[in-house]
Design a binder for this molecule. Structure first.
Ligand SMILES: Cc1cc2nc3c(=O)[nH]c(=O)nc-3n(C[C@H](O)[C@H](O)[C@H](O)COP(=O)(O)OP(=O)(O)OC[C@H]3O[C@@H](n4cnc5c(N)ncnc54)[C@H](O)[C@@H]3O)c2cc1C
Ligand SMILES: *[C@@H]1O[C@H](CO)[C@@H](O)[C@H](O)[C@H]1NC(C)=O
Ligand SMILES: *[C@@H]1O[C@H](CO)[C@@H](O)[C@H](O)[C@H]1NC(C)=O
Ligand SMILES: *[C@@H]1O[C@H](CO)[C@@H](O)[C@H](O)[C@H]1NC(C)=O
Ligand SMILES: *[C@@H]1O[C@H](CO)[C@@H](O)[C@H](O)[C@H]1NC(C)=O
Length: 492
């Protein structure tokens, strides 16, 4: 009589986990270049490590497709076994909703890394696992370029599916504005081509993580017009915070004016006790295209504010990542084991008073004895916007073409239990709330790709009701069971 409970136990076990035998079955359906990594192996451990070690997705197996059809087979297999799945590439996604994945298959895209430039030189077809720097380098070698994310170690697809900001957006628009057509594996395992004639094309450009796995994309590319760049770094004392941002506003960000197309301003705040032992510094980067020295007309007003130090560099487009601390060898490209939450907000211009208030909170957080946030970084990204604004507000799912600045505190800390997580979340949200109130805007606009995870779909995809309706309807059509809902779900 005791064989009944045993049978039951076996049944329960097979319901809880897919056995190695089943993965052997999957392996038979995959090409001979595909890989399957089982837990406990070095390859598995390396593949599941992420940039931000907080609210991370958990997988029972990692599949590395070798072909587009391998992605199809893996999704179908996951569906047969009722397993969740998630595409990963640069592993820089950090939104807390990813933590809702507690089991299933990670589909690591790294082998789908081909880059093919069309004969006429106007487009390139780019694998869904291509990384930003690999694309930049491959195109550069043939005298071409396109809009990619700025950081060398993020994927090409990940940023673009949420819109995608990059150095060249002032010229050509967002990363996703370059898409001509995408090959997409849908939730049910169907492979479709999405282009301007498809319903889904609009949604892939800003809310794309919600709809499928992109195996490849054909994007517009351009002849390199302005290879050379210069950057001026001005380090200011934090005591000048209001003056610095009042000046940054003055010429370009008020009265409907925009940044010159060849100019990008970023600034970072961070605590560097070797420069100022008391409080965080303001590092202002003026980046200009097509010159070997940033025009005095741009630097002089800032020099008059009396920076602690200045430095000029010149080089090419490909040096920008290293100059701004986001090249392959910099900290943002290492997996440090830190939690890396950001609390982004888009702004039209700076409110110098609000900048002063959040500086005070940031100063406390980075300098207080025993604070976990000593290495936090506050980022202010002011790209040129001509290419972004040249495209209609409602042309794509990316909702924030009218905004000019992407602002976010990055509250890096060593994970230390839920109490510290809660402090990070409270601080980040307080900072964001002050900036929001100071902006006078009526809706909180956030970049989905920097989002913390506690924002609403309205904050990720735009508060206009028609946007929410359109996205919800597409979600119902293409992903009714919400299988692509680990990354900033349109519907929770
Ligand atoms: C240091 C740093 C710098 C950054 N710089 C920029 C920047 O300059 N511009 C910018 O716009 N953003 C930037 N980001 C944000 C970036 O857009 C997101 O972190 C993005 O999620 C990274 O994609 P990934 O492939 O690196 O990460 P992953 O975590 O591997 O992917 C993120 C998500 O994208 C989806 N995904 C990835 N590949 C595919 C695919 N082929 N098909 C379908 N879905 C896919 C999945 O949902 C996945 O969860 C930066 C982030 C960091 C940490
Ligand atoms: C991508 O770039 C990295 C770093 O430069 C390099 O190690 C890797 O081989 C490249 N991958 C491809 C497919 O070119
Ligand atoms: C960038 O710098 C110029 C400096 O000359 C300034 O006028 C402009 O407002 C700055 N823009 C941003 C976004 O900070
Ligand atoms: C991630 O954080 C947890 C604590 O939350 C810690 O145990 C683990 O070692 C960290 N991972 C890495 C790779 O450092
Ligand atoms: C898969 O989903 C798409 C979009 O909803 C649908 O058009 C297609 O018919 C489905 N395919 C199958 C085989 O069910």
């Amino acid at each position: 009589m005791h064989h009944l409970p045993l049978k039951l136990a076996a049944l329960l076990a097979s319901a809880a986990a897919v056995s190695c035998q089943n993965y052997a079955q999957l392996a038979k359906q995959l090409s001979n270049t595909a890989q399957i990594y089982q837990p406990g192996t070095a390859a598995f451990n390396a593949a599941v490590l992420r940039w931000s070690n907080y609210s991370t997705p958990v997988a029972n197996v990692v599949v590395v497709p070798g072909t587009e059809n391998d992605v199809v087979q893996t999704v179908k297999f996951a569906n047969q076994h009722s397993l969740p799945f998630l595409a990963t590439n640069g592993v820089h996604g950090s939104i807390t909703t990813l933590g809702k994945m507690t089991r299933g298959i990670e589909i690591h895209m790294s082998q789908l890394n081909s880059i093919v430039v069309a004969q006429d030189g106007s487009t390139a077809t780019i694998g869904g696992g291509v990384m930003s720097k690999n694309l930049t380098d491959a195109l550069w070698a043939v005298g071409k370029q396109t809009v990619t994310g700025t950081c060398e170690c993020v994927g090409y697809m990940g940023p673009g599916l949420g819109g995608g900001h990059g150095w060249l957006q002032g010229r050509h628009g967002l990363v996703s504005d370059q898409y001509v057509s995408l090959n997409v594996v849908l939730a049910n395992g169907s492979l479709i081509t999405v282009n301007e004639h498809s319903e889904l094309f609009w949604a892939m450009k800003g809310a794309g993580h919600n709809f499928g796995i992109v195996t490849s994309v054909t994007s517009q590319i351009y002849d390199i017009q302005h290879p050379n760049y210069a950057m001026e770094t001005l380090i200011f004392s934090g005591s000048k915070v209001e003056a610095v941002y009042a000046l940054a506003n003055q010429q370009w960000l008020t009265n409907g004016a925009t940044m010159p197309v060849d100019l990008i301003n970023w600034s970072y705040w961070y605590f560097d006790p070797t420069t100022d032992a008391e409080k965080p510094v303001i590092a202002m980067y003026l980046i200009q295209e097509g010159v070997n020295k940033v025009d005095a007309a741009h630097t002089n007003p800032f020099l008059k504010l009396g920076p602690i130090s200045t430095e000029s560099v010149s080089g090419t487009y490909r040096d920008l990542a290293a100059w701004t601390g986001i090249s392959l060898s910099d900290t943002p490209c290492q997996k440090t084991g830190n939690a890396n939450p950001r609390f982004p907000i888009y702004l039209k211009s700076y409110n110098p008073i609000a900048q002063g208030l959040v500086y005070e909170l940031f100063r406390e957080a980075t300098t207080a004895a025993n604070s976990p946030f000593g290495h936090a970084l506050f980022m202010f990204e002011g790209y040129s916007q001509q290419g972004v604004k040249a495209i209609g507000q409602d042309a794509t799912a990316f909702a924030y073409r009218e905004d000019n600045l992407l602002v976010a505190p990055l509250l890096t800390y060593a994970p230390n239990g839920p109490a510290t997580d809660a402090i990070a979340s409270a601080l980040g949200n307080t900072i964001r709330q002050i900036l929001f109130q100071g902006s006078g805007e009526t809706s909180l606009n956030t970049y989905v790709n920097y989002a913390y995870g506690d924002e609403t779909p309205a904050a990720w995809y735009g508060s206009d009701q028609w946007r929410q309706n359109r996205l919800s309807a597409l979600k119902e059509d293409f992903d009714p069971a919400g299988q692509f809902s680990f990354y900033a779900p349109i519907r929770s």
